[in-house]
Ligand binder design. Structure first.
Ligand SMILES: Nc1ncnc2c1ncn2[C@@H]1O[C@H](COP(=O)(O)OP(=O)(O)OP(=O)(O)O)[C@@H](O)[C@H]1O
Length: 377
């Protein structure tokens, strides 16, 4: 094998699959490679025919091969894996085998359920921005959106151009989530015909869906999995408690008394099902007006009320982790599909959420005593 061929294979193998987020070399997607003078030929073996990422993979492989000194012409031969090759790949991606929930007891992923007592307090907006902020801080992040009453996460993460949520790729029985702003996203909105289709779902169907998302979706190794769940339903809290006993709950409320009362209830239900309260966020805080004065449209102090009530009888007090002001930019960023923490980090709401992401990242449960499965050399 000439050095040229080795270099081209290495460069093409280092290209990252945009959906699986692993290198093509690791995934066994680079077939034959040959070079002759200044030309290279690279065979790429896609997982499935009509793979939505095919064009991007092809152009990235071409660019990678062209980056090798002396290579001026590249042919990319796109093929599709055989069923056996694909089965072998799926086996490598899921070392625990299919139908396993990788986020159960002992997981190294922090699972954070963003919850609220009532709808419309900004739970989804908070989930999307928090995920984007954590990803920007270098963490590997996924979102599981099972909020049947308002699965807005695909749109908030730029994955619903023209109002239609991107469809995940299916590799046999494995579901590959679309990636928006560096975050892997799976949502009920990607599986239903229209926005009205799921709202009548009852508990058992929701429970099945969440279980299926946890077992069949390939999130890969994640530092954080954020859950956007329907507000205040006991069924979902029970499922989360059973399937994700290490989940931490972030309670979102506004300053309004009515919102904080139901938020306390949501926190209590989460705790009854074995989850730990991570803290409380007060959203839609005072809006700063052009004359510098502040307008507290939704009141203030709701988060303290919730934190105090949830602290009763606990060894450790529940904390208010952040207060996010009302922000036109935050709402517009949501409508445009680019979280404001990315598009306008100077906005006060963006700053508060970015800081919240930092606080959360540094407040993790201790990993001491957890076996990482690494043998020292
Ligand atoms: N701090 C804020 N400033 C301005 N607008 C906000 C703020 N937080 C949320 N919003 C807007 O409020 C609306 C409701 O937010 P969002 O959909 O995130 O709430 P939710 O609690 O997830 O609601 P649901 O339970 O119905 O899904 C959205 O239009 C969103 O853009």
């Amino acid at each position: 094998m000439s050095t040229h061929t080795e270099l081209v294979r290495e460069a093409a193998g280092a290209v990252i699959d945009p959906e699986l987020r692993r290198s093509l070399g690791d995934l066994g997607m680079i077939g034959g490679v040959s070079t002759h003078n200044n030309t290279a030929s690279v065979e790429v073996r896609l997982t499935i025919a009509g793979c939505p990422a095919a064009q991007k993979i092809e152009s990235d492989v071409r660019a990678a091969a062209l980056s090798v000194t002396g290579i001026e012409e590249v042919t990319v031969d796109v093929q599709v894996m055989t069923a056996e090759e694909r089965a072998e790949l799926l086996g490598r991606l899921r070392p625990g085998g299919p139908k396993q929930n990788p986020f159960g007891p002992g997981t190294l992923t922090r699972v954070i359920a963003v919850t609220s007592g009532k709808g419309g307090v900004g739970k989804s907006t908070m989930t999307a921005n928090l995920a984007a902020a954590l990803a920007q801080q270098g963490f590997r992040v996924g979102i599981l959106d099972a909020d049947v009453y308002g699965f807005s996460i695909p749109a908030l993460m730029g994955l619903a151009p023209d109002g239609v949520a991107a469809k995940p790729t299916r590799l046999d029985d494995m579901i590959v989530p679309p990636v928006g702003h560096d975050v892997k996203v799976i949502s009920i909105g990607m599986f239903v015909e229209n926005a009205n289709a799921a709202v009548a779902w009852r508990g058992p169907m929701l429970q099945r869906t969440i279980t299926q998302f946890l077992t069949d979706v390939y999130f890969g190794d994640l530092d954080f999995l954020l859950l956007d769940l329907p507000p205040g339903t006991g069924d979902v809290a029970i499922t989360v408690g059973q399937q994700l006993p290490n989940a931490e709950v972030l309670v979102v409320t506004t300053g309004q008394t009515a919102a904080s009362e139901v938020a306390v209830r949501a926190g209590v239900v989460a705790r009854q099902t074995g989850q730990r309260i991570l803290g409380v966020v007060e959203n839609m805080g005072p809006l700063v007006l052009p004359d510098g004065s502040a307008l507290a449209l939704f009141g203030e102090g709701g988060a303290e009320t919730v934190a105090n009530e949830l602290s009763i009888g606990q060894d450790k007090a529940v904390k208010v982790l952040a207060k996010i002001p009302l922000s036109l930019g935050l709402r517009e960023g949501g409508d445009e599909g680019t979280p404001i923490v990315l598009s306008n980090p100077a906005d006060p709401a963006a700053q508060a959420i970015t800081e919240l992401a930092r606080v959360i990242a540094h407040s993790g449960p201790s990993r001491a005593g957890i076996n990482l499965g690494i043998t020292p050399a």
